[in-house]
Design a protein around this ligand. Structure first.
Ligand SMILES: *[C@@H]1O[C@H](CO)[C@@H](O)[C@H](O)[C@H]1NC(C)=O
Ligand SMILES: *[C@@H]1O[C@H](CO)[C@@H](O)[C@H](O)[C@H]1NC(C)=O
Length: 187
């Protein structure tokens, strides 16, 4: 009886380790197959964000700040919510290809820099529904400035790269920022 039990135990143990090996093999093989089925592609894009820094149609609004202190882009501890139209060209009447939606918090004590978390949400034909995630220290008074592209979805799955912003004032209360994105992704 004892012997039988032992054999059975050994048998199931062997089965188990075989199963585990297969599972491990699958874990190592499957992702590399799906990642490299299509090679690594580099995509460069130039897009324009139509920003209104203030007024009733402001594209960035302060949502929190240090109680009893001034809230603003140059004030440490101020958090903003942003949603701006993204166009193909500098002109605001040029084709809209998506939106830039995110949050910014003034995280430099001297107010010189924000931490930016921005989703570029595409609505144009080519990238409809795909997104890019931008993140980093946004030295708001430098022109140009650069943040990292840390990920993406849809056509930009596994995206990594960088993005630059250059601001052009085109009116009293209208600032257009040109954003150049360079990303590597599998597509
Ligand atoms: C983008 O996708 C949405 C939802 O699937 C669809 O309604 C819209 O027509 C698409 N736009 C373009 C430009 O293909
Ligand atoms: C952004 O791209 C444009 C061309 O589309 C180029 O003229 C400009 O110098 C680039 N800006 C930066 C900061 O690389």
């Amino acid at each position: 009886m004892a012997l039988y039990l032992k054999t059975n135990y050994l048998l199931s143990n062997t089965k188990l380790s075989l199963l585990l090996s297969l599972l491990l093999l699958a874990i190592f093989i499957l992702p590399s197959q799906s990642n490299h089925a299509h090679g690594l592609t580099q995509t460069k894009l130039t897009v324009y964000f139509q920003n209104r820094p203030s007024g009733p149609k402001a594209t960035a609004v302060a949502i929190a700040g240090i109680p009893g202190q001034s809230w603003g882009f140059g004030n440490f501890g101020t958090a903003f919510s942003t949603d701006a139209s993204m166009t193909e060209g500098l002109d605001k009447s040029s084709a809209q290809i998506g939106r830039g939606q995110g949050i910014m918090v003034t995280t430099a004590k001297d107010g010189s820099s924000l931490t930016l978390l921005l989703s570029i949400v595409f609505t144009n034909k080519e990238y409809n529904g795909s997104t890019l995630q931008l993140q980093g220290a946004d030295h708001q008074f430098e022109n140009p400035r650069e943040v990292a592209v840390v990920g993406g979805t849809g056509k930009f799955r596994f995206a990594r790269g960088y993005a630059t912003f250059e601001a052009f004032r085109v009116g009293k209360s209208h600032v257009v920022s040109r954003c150049n994105v360079t990303v590597e992704h599998y597509c």
